[in-house]
Ligand binder design. Structure first.
Ligand code: M6R
Length: 366
């Protein structure tokens, strides 16, 4: 049932091109110039008139929510807050009838996320679910939603569900922006077309697996890892760090790259590998100077760069190349090597990657 792969996690990482194709099927048309989500057709006025969107989720799903926030704010110009469901539910939050609450959950059974949904519902908010497990508790409690349709995820570390969630959030932002008129037609079509190409890009990118497996061997000694990214890549840094800590038991933290000088730079020495997402976007020069600061303190840098990068490749200790894509779609590709890096480091350390200690696939208790 692992389809020839040694672990479910690796199988699920490699399934992503097919899963994301399934996720977009029937939603992005064959010409790749339009997105239709049935939830948006059925509840058009509710969603179009939302004054604010609050995203509630836990763990990896919360990271997808952070990307969703940037996506929705960029394209739809609606303010979005992203909350840990566990904090939201116990805070007497300000939420009401003019709000749309998006609950993101792979399992659809996470106790805190379900309780956050019930609370928001009792205050009159409209609830939109982004889930994977069909017919699970959260989709049943929502007003509407969009399934990510990536198939069952068995590995405790979430991989294909994360990229599925980000894909749905991207389609949601684009479809809503088109309906609201907050995106130009050209930008809309360009982004939809590019999104439709992402599965093929990931398929090609997965060829880095062997390179990362080799690289992983040289990083198993580390006790701590830092992950840096900016803009759309900041939540990817958080997600990369979570993957590493949950399956390899190496302490890892994700940070927005510019925050490094406000504290974490004190940690940098030759024992501290730093994974820096330094792709060709508006923040490239700034992340490049962060990398120089790390190198000046003997830190070891694994740089995630855009294919063809020559500058950072010269200063980093290891380089992983990504296909060139639009800024807002970068999380979908940048996540892949970070999943593989965590996987291979954990395997090298002899850890049980599919069933890490102390963790359950769905957290149905508080
Ligand atoms: O099923 P959910 O998406 O609600 O689960 C939320 C988290 O428990 C989950 O993402 C957890 O953080 C994963 N093990 C991360 O890989």
């Amino acid at each position: 049932e692992k389809g020839g792969y040694p672990h479910f996690m690796l199988k699920e990482i490699f399934e992503q091109p097919a899963c994301l194709t399934n996720c977009m099927r029937g939603r992005i048309n064959v010409e790749h110039d339009h997105v239709t989500l049935s939830a948006l057709i059925d509840h058009r006025s509710k969603l179009l008139n939302a004054k604010r969107i609050i995203i509630v989720a836990c763990g990896t799903s919360w990271h997808a929510g952070l990307i969703g926030k940037q996506m929705i704010e960029t394209f739809c110009r609606i303010p979005v807050e992203v909350e840990y469901a566990s904090e939201f539910r116990y805070r007497n939050p300000v939420v009401g009838e003019s709000d749309v609450v998006i609950a993101i959950s792979q399992s659809g059974e996470t106790a805190d996320t379900l309780a956050a949904v019930e609370l928001a519902k009792s205050r009159g908010a409209f609830i939109y679910g982004i889930c994977n497990a069909i017919g699970s508790s959260i989709p049943r409690a929502t007003d509407t939603g969009t399934y990510i349709h990536v198939g069952p995820e068995i590995g405790v570390a979430s991989t294909k569900a994360f990229t599925g969630q980000v894909t749905v959030l991207t389609m949601f932002a684009l479809a809503l922006a088109d309906a609201k008129g907050t995106v130009s037609h050209d930008e809309y079509v360009k982004t939809v077309k590019e999104l439709a190409q992402i599965p093929a890009m990931i398929k090609d990118l997965l060829k880095v697996n062997d390179q990362i497996a080799d690289m992983a061997r040289t990083f198993t000694y580390a006790r701590n890892f830092l992950y840096l990214g900016r803009g759309f890549s900041y939540p990817v840094a958080l997600e990369g760090a979570l993957k590493l800590k949950e399956i390899s038991y190496i302490h890892a933290e994700g940070y927005p790259a510019a925050e490094m000088k406000h504290g974490p730079i004190a940690l940098i020495d030759s024992d501290m590998p730093v994974v820096a997402i330094a792709t060709h976007n508006g923040m490239y020069e700034k992340v490049r100077s962060n990398i120089q600061e790390i190198k000046a303190r003997q830190g070891r840098v694994i740089a995630i760069v855009t294919k063809g990068d020559t500058t950072i490749s010269k200063i980093a200790d290891a380089v992983i190349e990504l296909p060139d894509t639009m800024d807002c779609l970068e999380p979908l590709v940048a996540t892949i090597p970070l999943q593989l890096l965590a996987y291979h480091i954990a395997v090298c350390k002899g850890k049980d990657v599919d069933q890490p200690r102390n963790l359950a696939k769905s957290v149905t208790v508080e």
